[in-house]
Design a protein around this ligand. Structure first.
Ligand code: GLA
Length: 753
């Protein structure tokens, strides 16, 4: 059998071209030069159909063979990657190999985010390359080109495709999974990341069962409820060892993920566009580019898999100046004022923040239109000077004079019925004629699949950005999509096409924003982390991780987020206590330790905290600046599991050269006379010595009088890497419930005395 082998530094992906033109999947795993076609076993299997051109050979059945792009209608009864219906209602497609080519460089997709190769990589011998395989169905005229992008140094392989209707009539795509991985054997667990608004990305690990397990989103965004990232891990795989495969979808709209174990214990894993109500119409001559999925494999456990995705997203998905430059420490007024502010009030918040070293003030929702509550204003992107009491440019200027940058919140995809925009263009919102729409946060969604709508909103917002000195944008999106109906002259409605067109419209908006304002840092947001995906990170290098700012809840949310997404992508703020979402009170130090595992900022009025707390804020900002390079560019290690370790949470950042590590611990459930907990570090050099240069703890009230720092136990001593990893670091007894500890270790260099 002819093969195509794709090699990355540590992995091999092998495709087989069957003599009858079926594209078979031979292998994905540890790097090998071996011809893996010996793995395929062909037997006469009852009730598994045989292709007609196999003649009397009853051993050839696609129902039992691993495939690259399984189609419905070929005798494979497992979940198909692809299915097409024609105008008569006939389902099925039989795609056969036509040709393939390999070329240097990584493919890109029009209007869609993709993993890209760095300029500097192009000069390297082991630069990225692209495999294109053309498949065609002679009968229907459907043609598919599969794209495989190989980034050898990253150990990442990406997949996408373009579907072309080269026939005469319309076709309707019913299933479109751009990335399928078939496994011939193995006992696997599925790890996926479910949640809800203010509690996103909880890790769930479940055994893969016979039949299908699936999740996805039909909300128009990737959603709080399910994340377009999943891992298939062998049963024994842990954080530190064992085989696992990850798939990250670079797409911010509806999606489906499936894993299916079949009758022969083979497993199929696939990621792609939402299959519910898909029916995507492709007229003759039209084509559909399928959003990209990035895959990775490692035999070294879940931490290593996360590090691969972190490196990929940080360096080859995120773009722009802020990819490498430290993000400014910001203060956002949302939880300090909500919608009730004036320019003067904002200036008072900014003034105090500036004194403490905060570098940017972000003015959140409420500065535009008639936005005094959330029933009105969205859609009218003109400054509400009456409310502010001054022009926005003046506010930004005054903040600039304090030595701070200025940032602004927008929610371009939305409209309130009580707005000028809606009064002028009611047809621009999604609504089904004759039916009352479903409201979400009292707002409707603009039809971003229509270019004139995107044009208008962009023009309005650019009008503000052109006249105000803005360095940052928080781009929000606060409801799910319903009532999908494009109110254009065309009466035929195609749900999937409109939904996909909407996402393309959002991407177009963002691309225009980036092109016109290349120095503006854009933070994504959708009620916190409702659109936290690798697609969005192509446009916005950070995303507000959750509307839940409670430090203890955030530990869990950030833990789950870290499986796929780099720490630099996580917008994370210190907020007031009692926390507005949970009512919990935690120490300021704890809140800062948790918020530092991200792109750091504040979300409270710093005038309302005590003098000693303000001194602490100053110190936190200095600490963040000291650690940011390790936090953003080092390796992140999960040192606890929220499901199991109820007494303490811990995580660390380790320098790429393993020479430095801030270790972070938060005590969770406290018990009287409790056993001592030990945190085993990871990623250090076993044979090296590390000096604990600093140990910080929550400030504890001492007999109700002046606060003091607790006795230090670790600081000043030297430890072996092996000891820190093997025996661990004791969590001091004095650390009370929800109190934190941050310990800084630096490798002792041989030249040191
Ligand atoms: C969303 C965001 C918040 C805030 C509000 C403003 O909920 O996640 O951070 O910006 O909108 O309305």
């Amino acid at each position: 059998m002819k093969q195509i082998s794709l090699h990355s530094r540590n992995t091999t992906y092998q495709i087989g071209i069957h003599r009858l033109g079926f594209l078979l999947h031979l292998y994905y795993g540890e790097r090998t030069e071996c011809d893996m076609s010996y793995l395929l076993q062909e037997y006469d299997r009852g009730f598994s159909g045989n292709p007609y051109d196999a003649g009397e050979d009853r051993t050839l059945s696609l129902d039992a063979l691993p495939q690259e792009f399984p189609c419905y209608g070929t005798g494979d009864f497992r979940s198909a990657a692809f299915n097409v219906r024609n105008e008569q209602g006939v389902h099925g497609v039989d795609l056969r190999y036509v040709s393939h080519q390999i070329r240097r460089g990584k493919y890109a997709l029009p209007g869609l985010p993709t993993v890209y190769e760095e300029e500097t990589d192009l000069r390297k011998e082991q630069g990225a390359y692209t495999l294109e395989v053309t498949l065609a169905d002679q009968n229907s005229g459907v043609e598919v080109v599969l794209f495989y992008g190989v980034l050898p140094e990253l150990d990442v392989i990406t997949r996408s495709a373009v579907v072309r209707n080269s026939g005469k009539g319309n076709i309707f795509i019913n299933r479109m999974f751009g990335c399928t991985l078939d496994f011939l054997s193995g006992n696997y667990d599925l790890l996926h990341f479910h949640g809800r608004h203010t509690m996103e990305r909880n890790v769930e690990r479940v055994p893969v069962m016979h039949g299908k397990q699936s999740f996805g989103s039909r909300r128009g965004t990737s959603s709080h409820q399910h994340n377009p990232f999943a891992i298939l891990a062998e049963r024994e795989t842990t954080e530190d060892c064992g085989s696992c495969y990850g798939m990250a979808f670079l797409y911010s709209g509806n999606f489906s993920f499936e894993v299916e174990q079949d009758q022969y214990r083979q497993v199929r894993m696939q990621m792609g566009m939402l299959d519910d109500m898909m029916d995507y119409q492709l007229s003759a001559g039209e084509c559909l580019y399928v959003p990209e999925t990035a895959m990775a494999y490692t035999k070294n456990g879940l931490s290593d898999l996360s590090h691969i995705f972190h490196r990929m997203i940080r360096g080859h998905v995120c773009r722009g100046r802020y990819k490498t430059v430290r993000r400014p420490v910001l203060i956002n007024n949302w939880e300090a004022t909500y919608l009730h502010f004036t320019g003067e009030k904002i200036l008072r918040i900014a003034e105090q923040a500036a004194k403490l070293g905060v570098e940017m003030l972000v003015l959140d929702d409420g500065w535009f239109g008639k936005r005094d509550d959330d029933n009105s204003g969205l859609g009218d992107w003109s400054v509400n000077e009456k409310k502010l009491g001054m022009p926005l440019a003046e506010l930004a200027e005054k903040i600039g004079e304090m030595g701070m940058q200025f940032g602004l919140w927008i929610e371009p995809e939305m409209v309130n019925e009580d707005s000028e925009l809606y009064r002028q263009h009611p047809d621009w919102a999604f609504r089904i004629p004759g039916r009352q729409p479903c409201r979400g946060r009292n707002q409707l969604v603009l039809d971003f699949s229509r270019k004139e709508v995107v044009d208008h909103i962009f023009k309005q917002i650019a009008g503000v950005l052109d006249t105000v000195n803005v360095s940052y944008i928080k781009m929000d999106m606060n409801r799910s999509l319903t009532d999908i109906y494009t109110q254009t002259a065309e009466s035929y409605q195609n749900y999937a096409k409109t939904m996909h067109g909407y996402v393309l419209g959002v991407y177009d908006f963002l691309e225009r924003l980036i092109a016109r304002y290349p120095n503006i840092l854009i933070e994504g947001c959708s009620g916190g982390g409702g659109r936290f995906d690798a697609g969005m990170l192509y446009y916005t290098p950070q995303i507000w991780c959750s509307d839940d700012t409670d430090a203890i809840e955030r530990i869990r949310i950030q833990h789950g987020t870290s499986f796929a997404y780099p720490i630099s992508a996580v917008g994370s703020h210190v907020s007031a206590v009692p926390n507005h979402q949970t009512g919990r009170t935690t120490k300021l130090f704890t809140r800062s330790v948790v918020a530092m595992a991200g792109s750091f900022g504040y979300e409270l009025d710093l005038n309302l905290i005590s003098e000693s707390e303000r001194a602490e804020v100053k110190e936190q900002i200095a600490d963040y600046k000291k650690y940011w390079n390790l936090i953003h560019n080092g390796r992140y290690y999960r040192l606890h599991d929220p499901e199991r370790d109820r007494e303490a949470a811990a995580w660390s950042f380790v320098a790429e050269d393993r020479g430095e590590m801030p270790l972070n611990v938060v005590k969770l459930d406290a018990h009287g006379n409790a056993p001592i907990n030990y945190i085993c570090c990871k990623g250090l050099e076993a044979g090296a010595s590390y000096r604990c240069v600093e140990e910080k703890r929550s400030v504890k009230p001492y007999h109700g009088s002046e606060p003091r720092r607790d006795r230090k136990q670790l600081e000043g001593r030297i430890y072996d890497g092996a000891a820190l990893m093997g025996a661990g670091v004791p969590i001091p007894m004095e650390l009370g419930e929800y109190e934190a500890m941050q310990v800084h270790f630096i490798r002792v260099e041989e030249s040191e005395p």
